[in-house]
Design a protein around this ligand. Structure first.
Ligand SMILES: Cc1cc2nc3c(=O)[nH]c(=O)nc-3n(C[C@H](O)[C@H](O)[C@H](O)COP(=O)(O)OP(=O)(O)OC[C@H]3O[C@@H](n4cnc5c(N)ncnc54)[C@H](O)[C@@H]3O)c2cc1C
Length: 380
């Protein structure tokens, strides 16, 4: 006998957890996770940076709409700050003037960017080789995000609101019924009028299970490594650093390690992403050419998937082809920053067929997020 709920959320990464948290206020919600723990895929593998100057205009509007939640979360959500100031330096070589000016022009209220001298860049990041820096800029409003804390806040709040999470439960059959959806995930069989597809890189596969066309999601692999810093290095106050063409970046990790990424975007099927040996080798070479570090061992390396649709905006809202089927996908490289505003946006669309006023005030529109909007690769 299927168990009946008001809403079922597929996927317990940060997107699904945030949506389940929002929907559980006043609803009976079941969240299904294929893995044995939530956050095993993209959410547990992110670079954890808050970067308000990132992404297209839709993404930036949503990032701004999400700021109040990070600064002032609901009572009981967490007892520690979820973000910490970091700042970021972008370095440019002699041939990068045009792109450097473009980056500088992104400066605005709430996300200030200004030029600093190459010497100042080296003073702030002492491992940087002076000779690789022709120009540098400093971005104040970049912050570290505590991803585990934010994710945990959603999961705990969801539980407190009476929500039920089942792990090791991969949804593998989805059937449309006259009154909603019946979902089978291993031993679990459940029904609900509302189904939220928050399956990350697998969101198109989940749609296909439900008999719907994909939205053209392309998961892209991104690699990261940790490297040890030399004894005596004190990176706590260093900013993050990237190069002007956005091909590499690093940021201090906890203790005396640096997290470094080649900012790769290699298309991949949905999977348990693993780092590619050559990507790591090129990354180490870049790091040794750009800094004074000599990489002798890699204490940790990993890869994760960032999933995009054609226009690089998230896909959030009702699927007009199937009543009660809601998308929460395509968060790309912004899913941690966007978890709260997108979950609130989704709830607004489910409850009242409209985004909340604060998202609209920042410039977000339901049309720009709509699953079958024109321009998506497989839109129909
Ligand atoms: C290297 C890297 C760096 C990043 N840096 C940043 C950053 O600095 N800032 C930022 O904001 N974002 C960043 N991101 C992006 C961010 O991590 C993602 O956008 C976000 O984690 C996506 O969350 P999600 O919940 O949609 O996906 P996921 O965390 O992948 O969760 C989806 C879940 O759905 C489950 N699932 C799939 N199919 C099924 C099924 N059939 N049944 C049940 N469960 C299913 C999966 O097991 C998975 O746990 C980065 C990503 C990577 C990889």
């Amino acid at each position: 006998m299927p168990r009946s709920f008001d809403a079922i959320v597929i996927g317990a990464g940060i997107s699904g957890a945030a949506a389940a948290y929002e929907l559980a206020e006043g609803r009976r919600v079941l969240m299904l996770e294929a893995e044995s723990r939530p956050g095993y895929h993209s959410t547990g593998r992110s670079a954890a940076l808050y970067t308000p100057n990132y992404g297209n205009a839709v993404v930036r509007a949503l990032i701004l709409a999400g700021r109040p939640f990070l600064d002032r979360p609901p009572a009981g959500f967490t007892d520690q700050p979820m973000t910490k100031p970091r700042g970021a330096i972008t370095i440019a070589g002699p041939a990068d003037d045009a792109i450097f000016e473009e980056r500088l022009a992104l400066s605005g209220p709430g996300h200030e960017i200004h030029e600093i001298s190459p010497d100042e860049a080296v003073r702030r990041v002492p491992i940087l080789r002076r000779e690789v820096v022709a120009r540098a800029l400093y971005e104040t409003d970049i912050e570290d995000m505590d991803v585990a804390r934010i994710h945990q806040g959603f999961l705990t709040g969801f539980r407190h609101r009476g929500g039920e999470l089942v792990c090791d439960a991969r949804a593998d059959r989805i059937e449309r019924r006259p009154d909603g959806w019946e979902i089978r995930a291993g031993d679990v069989v459940a029904t609900a009028p509302v189904l939220v597809n928050a399956a990350g890189a697998w969101a198109d596969e989940v749609a296909t299970l439900a008999g719907l066309p994909p939205v053209g999601l392309v998961p892209k692999r991104r690699t990261a490594i940790l490297v040890d810093l030399p004894p005596g290095a004190d990176p706590a106050s260093w900013p993050a650093l990237d190069d002007c063409s956005n091909e590499h970046y690093f940021r201090p990790d906890s203790g005396t390690r640096l997290m470094v990424s080649p900012a790769d975007e290699t298309p991949s099927p949905p999977c348990d992403a693993q780092p590619d040996e050559m990507d790591v080798a090129y990354l180490v070479d870049w790091l040794e050419r750009t800094t004074t570090l000599q990489v002798r061992r890699l204490p940790h390396q990993w890869a994760g998937l960032r999933s995009f649709v054609a226009d690089h905006s998230p896909v959030v809202g009702p699927d007009p082809l199937a009543p009660g089927f809601y998308w929460l996908a395509g968060q790309g490289g912004y899913g941690i920053m966007l978890a709260s505003p997108l979950a609130r946006g989704l709830k607004g669309l489910i409850d009242a067929d409209a985004l909340p006023a604060d998202l609209i005030e920042q410039g977000a529109t339901a049309a720009a997020l709509a699953p079958r909007r024109p321009g998506l690769a497989s839109a129909s």
